[in-house]
Write a new protein. Structure first.
Length: 168
């Protein structure tokens, strides 16, 4: 019996494309990186996926290098101050969901002093000749499945009026 996927996560089409292409290119090894975006009505919106190569990748393992998380977020914020850390992603070279290591890593991230207390895990899961995208979010002690909804890019930030008046 499967759990209904009721909570949505928005994933930009560009981010989804990067995840699938990177996963396919990395075969037979796993690959991964960082998810950046915004929160809308307390729900995550992944606007960018950052590919972060790792020397520790293998067919059954991927480890995000030490400072890569903060570097990816800092670089994204240079382009748009609204962006922040949403979570992490990696590929699975076999048709399996989150491993025990994935679960413990997400729990550890949620307990850390980060700005993201409910990090998202996206897995590019290898099935037949393609990669399907599965999303999970750490909520309390549990990694909850999410329903992935395709989205476009984050709209440009609108100009703010500095004095509260309109030119006419």
């Amino acid at each position: 019996m499967s759990t209904p996927l009721s909570w949505p996560i928005w994933l930009s089409e560009d981010a989804a494309k990067l995840l699938r292409e990177a996963a396919r290119s990395a075969l037979p090894d796993e690959t991964g990186g960082v998810l950046v975006g915004v929160s809308v009505d307390a729900r995550p919106w992944v606007t960018e996926a950052v590919l972060v190569p790792s020397e520790k990748s293998s067919p059954v393992y991927y480890e995000l290098p030490g400072e890569a998380r903060q570097a990816a977020v800092d670089e994204a914020r240079v382009r748009d101050r609204r962006l922040g850390y949403i979570g992490e992603w990696h590929s699975h070279t076999y048709d399996i969901g989150p491993s025990e290591l994935d679960r413990s890593t997400m729990a550890r991230l949620a307990e850390s002093d980060s700005d993201c207390q409910q990090p998202v895990l996206l897995i590019a899961r290898h099935r037949a000749d393609a990669h399907s995208l599965e999303a999970y979010q750490q909520v309390g002690r549990f990694l909850q499945p999410l329903r992935v909804l395709a989205s476009g890019p984050l709209p440009p930030k609108q100009a703010e009026l500095t004095d509260g008046s309109e030119d006419g």
